[in-house]
Design a protein around this ligand. Structure first.
Ligand SMILES: *[C@@H]1O[C@H](CO)[C@@H](O)[C@H](O)[C@H]1NC(C)=O
Ligand SMILES: *[C@@H]1O[C@H](CO)[C@@H](O)[C@H](O)[C@H]1NC(C)=O
Ligand SMILES: *[C@@H]1O[C@H](CO)[C@@H](O)[C@H](O)[C@H]1NC(C)=O
Ligand SMILES: *[C@@H]1O[C@H](CO)[C@@H](O)[C@H](O)[C@H]1NC(C)=O
Ligand SMILES: *[C@@H]1O[C@H](CO)[C@@H](O)[C@H](O)[C@H]1NC(C)=O
Ligand SMILES: *[C@@H]1O[C@H](CO)[C@@H](O)[C@H](O)[C@H]1NC(C)=O
Length: 906
């Protein structure tokens, strides 16, 4: 075998990575360049990192960067020792198989995961021989979207070390004059400000950011590990013609339409505000604040309505009224009084909002319905499809519905689909200190309607992206791309017809606007077309079902492959050089049965009892129940992985580990792959740092990070637990109910198995692929959707979750998929009223921040402790977000010994 294939999975999956840091003594980044070229709002960014292994032995070198969520990766290459290794984009299913095979051989794999609001993380690594160099080069593309009158290009710089030759070059060239250009973001402040050079000449602008090594260490959010932050380039262009810019090249065109010299259309807006119990606290307060600001911004000729809902609907007034002072004051008083309570009847509330708008036709105005919710419908109609269908009928394409999903407990896909079905968009509002601003910002985007029923026609054009838009708002932009039939510009006539203040307006002005630019070989506009087409097909797919859905998916896949875009339908497979170590031996763990490997069929995974990933002969020292495995993969990626025997105390492995410092992370240093326990009203386990586990070449035992949330929005606490220990999740002595879970430290999964014991004679063992019920002497296995009950214990397996309830206790075990591997994540949905113990039953953390510099100190009860800021993924939520937390020891976080939470057996 000449090259081992290792896959970089770049799905739009929500995974997260640990921030692992290179050891500076081992290798060095001698050059780090980011080069971004924006041509007519289409940005192509290349990140290249040159690194050298300064050691006398081969070393695994890692490339780890963050890119905007909206972007598609289109190229990845590595240059090693005169050879080029190119990534190849493949259909996800095909790549998945190679990926799973690679992982099962113990090879590393890169992945992309979401971080924060706007970024995704990309990571891969390769083994580099002594004193050799490697260059990583990643290219991604995105169409900048105009919002509130500007375009923003976000560049995240985190090279992981101060770098001597660090450069960011941004070059923007537009067809129209650039109005203004600003540089913002965390990196443009203070000490770094003078490292920025900005040049602006008519249609072109350049931004250079060349910080010195010293500057890279001293800026805000920088440290010994160098910079970590954003550079955000903000600009807009002048628009001479209201028809906008049409650029053509090589048979394709792109039309940017954003007229601003039109009169605003008065609007009828109804705000439908969730006041269910889950909005409790800060969310409710931020909503009130935002609402009051928004009311202040309504124009006097706007009409508005306001309803709040939980399981019932509350009107401020039953009909829409004009936004005059008197009404606004009254509405603000109503808004200040909104209090959370009850459950969530989205169906009833949205239908009522639609009824109010339908009952209020007004000549020359536009109607808008805005829903703000933080939860799933759980009162009134709860069937999502029925709600969507009811809402579609009620709205009947007459006005758009915008859905704002507050926080991460919302079924965002449901909101997104409902918005798209009604000509709107859904937006996530992040639970953060600026949530009120986010709400207001969203409102501002739709505050000034200028046109309705915008129809863009292109005679002589074909294969067009979306051409009909129900509303156009000031500050936004409509972009249409397509092909020009026979590349005949003479016969190509664009035209826009729309309604402005009940008057029909037509825009056409072809001569001055259509301009062929670029050479015939310039495929840039074609790529814009492909990018937009793929994005829109992916949205369309969401709305369809059956064969239509499959067709759209197929089309999107074909285009993704053709243009080499890494989309949710494709993956990139990276070939790596063959390494010096080709032996793959297996050294089973002493004194333990084979780990119960999941055999999720169809993933190319190795099945069967007794499967171990390949292990090389020279395992680490073994003592007691702890054993160390060393995986050696084909391509010279040396993988060492250690774990403890089930039930062993975590402290033991720390003692046995030759390099215990990995267990305490200095400031800014992320953890090794680990897991999190999080709490949200109740506790749930979540996994952090989805690093492809078995690839660290250091003796890092896998640890799991647990997270304890707080009742208010202060940062949660987190702590690590090392090894594949068996944890007490929930023990309920009176009811004879106990739930234990085994962490999986062999691959990167969370919980591998969870067992629910009921009395002494009934147990339900949940694995990702099957549920085993043991009742007395009999045993039955169930796979797929399952329903089981014995009257007091009910287990329902749905698609990606297992619902376990007994009396007033309800646990939902989520099945998450990461890199093709499934793992379990328990969430306590309903807390039993009497005494329980276990990790799911922990109380919310209460602490006080007693010191911030030089290090942060927290006080819990009467003890003070130094903590470091770290992050974790909250897997208690279906689409898990990465969140910040204060990292500390388990003992301190739990306020008792971790041993109290370890079960001796499942
Ligand atoms: C960016 O690309 C341009 C054009 O290829 C090149 O001249 C420039 O040196 C590059 N900048 C960096 C920082 O690599
Ligand atoms: C639209 O926005 C532009 C600035 O971006 C502003 O000059 C214009 O007045 C706005 N139009 C309306 C109707 O508010
Ligand atoms: C539209 O695009 C498809 C795929 O790129 C191509 O096969 C087809 O010929 C195009 N249609 C027209 C009318 O050009
Ligand atoms: C766009 O709107 C026009 C006129 O309103 C209509 O004739 C056309 O069918 C619409 N096109 C699409 C793709 O919906
Ligand atoms: C359109 O442009 C062509 C050549 O660029 C010119 O000959 C013609 O007069 C222009 N027509 C108008 C209406 O400006
Ligand atoms: C959260 O609550 C704790 C104690 O109840 C308090 O000390 C802290 O200031 C609160 N934090 C926020 C952000 O409200």
């Amino acid at each position: 075998m000449e090259r081992a294939v290792v896959q970089i999975t770049l799905f739009g999956l929500l995974l997260a990575l640990a921030t692992t840091l290179p050891n500076k003594d081992n290798w060095d980044i001698y050059s780090f360049h980011i080069n971004s070229t924006v041509t007519s709002r289409y940005a192509t960014t290349v990140i290249s990192s040159r690194m050298a292994n300064r050691m006398d032995e081969s070393k695994e070198i890692e490339f780890h960067v963050r890119i905007p969520k909206n972007a598609f990766i289109s190229k990845f290459r590595m240059f090693i020792d005169g050879e080029v290794y190119d990534g190849v984009v493949k259909g996800k299913d095909k790549a998945q198989q190679q990926y799973t095979e690679a992982v099962s051989r113990g090879q590393s794999a890169g992945i992309v995961s979401s971080v924060g609001r706007t970024l995704e993380e990309f990571k891969t690594s390769v083994t580099v021989a002594a004193h050799k160099k490697v260059t990583f080069e990643l290219t991604y593309e995105e169409l900048l979207k105009r919002r509130l009158g500007k375009y923003e290009l976000q560049i995240h710089a985190r090279p992981m070390q101060p770098v001597k030759d660090f450069k960011i070059d941004v070059f923007i060239h537009e067809k129209s004059d650039i109005n203004f250009i600003e540089v913002k973001g965390g990196l443009s402040t203070n000490v770094l400000a003078n490292a920025i050079t900005k040049t602006h000449a008519d249609k072109k602008a350049w931004v250079y950011f060349y910080p010195t090594e010293d500057q890279q260490k001293t800026c805000d959010s920088c440290g010994e590990q160098g910079m970590n932050g954003d550079l955000v380039i903000v600009y807009d262009v002048k628009r001479d013609s209201s028809m906008g810019d049409i650029k053509t090249s090589a048979g394709y065109f792109v039309h940017h339409f954003a007229p601003s010299s039109l009169a605003r259309i008065s609007k009828n807006v109804v705000f439908v505000i969730d006041q269910s119990g889950s909005m409790h606290g800060k969310k409710m307060q931020q909503t009130r604040t935002a609402l009051i600001h928004i009311l202040n911004d309504l124009a006097e000729d706007d009409h508005f309505g306001l309803i709040t809902f939980d399981s019932s609907i509350f009107h401020w007034k039953r009909e829409l009224v004009q936004a005059n002072n008197e009404n606004l004051e009254s509405a603000k008083t109503f808004s200040r009084e909104i209090r959370e309570r009850g459950s969530t009847d989205i169906n009833g509330a949205v239908l009522e909002g639609a009824r109010m708008l339908n009952a209020h036709p007004r000549e020359g105005s536009v109607s808008i319905l805005i829903l703000l919710t933080d939860g799933d419908p759980n009162s009134g109609e709860t069937n999502l499809e029925v709600i969507q269908s009811n809402v579609r009928h009620a709205i009947a394409n007459k006005f758009p519905l915008y859905c704002l999903g507050f926080g991460f407990d919302v079924k965002f896909e449901f909101l997104e689909k409902m918005s798209l079905q009604n000509n709107g968009v859904a937006r996530r509002i992040y639970e953060d200190s600026d949530a009120a601003l986010q709400l207001k910002g969203f409102y501002e985007e739709v505050a000034t309607p200028l046109l309705i029923d915008v129809t863009m026609t292109y005679n002589g054009g074909t294969n067009l992206t979306q051409t009909n838009f129900s509303q156009y708002y000031n500050g936004s932009e409509i972009v249409v791309a397509g092909q020009i039939t026979d590349n005949n510009i003479e016969t190509f006539t664009p035209q826009v017809v729309a309604i402005s203040r009940s008057r029909k307006v037509t825009f056409s002005d072809t001569n001055s606007t259509v301009e062929s630019t670029g050479t015939e070989s310039d495929d840039h506009i074609q790529r814009v077309w492909a990018y937009l087409t793929v994005k829109q097909l992916l949205e369309k797919e969401l709305l369809l079902s059956g064969p239509e859905k499959e067709n759209v998916k197929k089309e999107a896949l074909e285009l993704s492959l053709k243009y080499s875009f890494v989309t949710p339908l494709t993956s990139m497979v990276v070939t790596k050089p063959q390494g010096e170590d080709t032996d793959v031996l297996l050294k089973p763990k002493e004194g333990e049965a084979a780990p119960d490997r999941r055999s999720s069929g169809g993933h190319g995974h190795v099945h069967g009892q007794g499967f171990y990933p390949p292990i090389m002969g020279q395992g680490g020292p073994r003592s007691g129940p702890s054993a160390r495995r060393k995986y050696k993969s084909h391509p010279g990626v040396s993988v060492i992985h250690s774990y403890v025997h089930t039930g062993a105390k975590v402290t033991r492995i720390i003692q046995h580990d030759p390099d215990p410092k990995v267990l305490s992370f200095p400031a800014g240093v992320g953890p090794p792959p680990n897991y999190v326990l999080t709490q949200d009203n109740n506790f749930a386990m979540t996994q952090v740092s989805p690093t492809i586990v078995p690839e660290r070449a250091t003796n890092v035992p896998l640890s799991h990070r647990f997270l304890i949330k707080t009742e208010n929005l202060s940062l949660p606490l987190c702590f690590d637990v090392t090894g594949d220990v068996c944890l007490k999740l929930l023990h309920h002595h009176n009811r004879e109910l106990s739930v234990n879970g085994q962490l999986d430290s062999v691959t990167f999964g969370g919980f591998q198995r969870i067992v629910i014991h009921f009395k002494t004679d009934l147990s339900v063992e949940v694995a990702t692929n099957e549920i085993t019920v043991r009742e007395g002497q009999s045993m039955s296995r169930h796979s797929g959707q399952t329903y089981f009950t014995n009257g007091r214990l009910t287990v329902i397996r749905r698609d990606q979750e297992i619902d376990v309830s007994s009396g007033d206790t309800r646990i939902v075990i989520l099945i998450h998929v990461k890199d093709g591997e499934e793992f379990l994540w328990p969430v306590l949905r309903q807390q039993p009223s009497d005494n329980t113990e276990g990790i799911l039953a922990l109380k919310p953390a209460v602490y006080e921040e007693v010191q911030q510099t030089p290090s942060t100190k927290l006080k819990i009860k009467d003890l003070e402790i130094d903590v470091t800021r770290a992050n974790a993924v909250d897997y208690s939520i279906v689409s898990p977000p990465t969140i910040d937390c204060w990292l500390m020891s388990a003992e301190f976080a739990l306020q008792r010994s971790l041993d109290d939470f370890i079960a001796t057996q499942l």
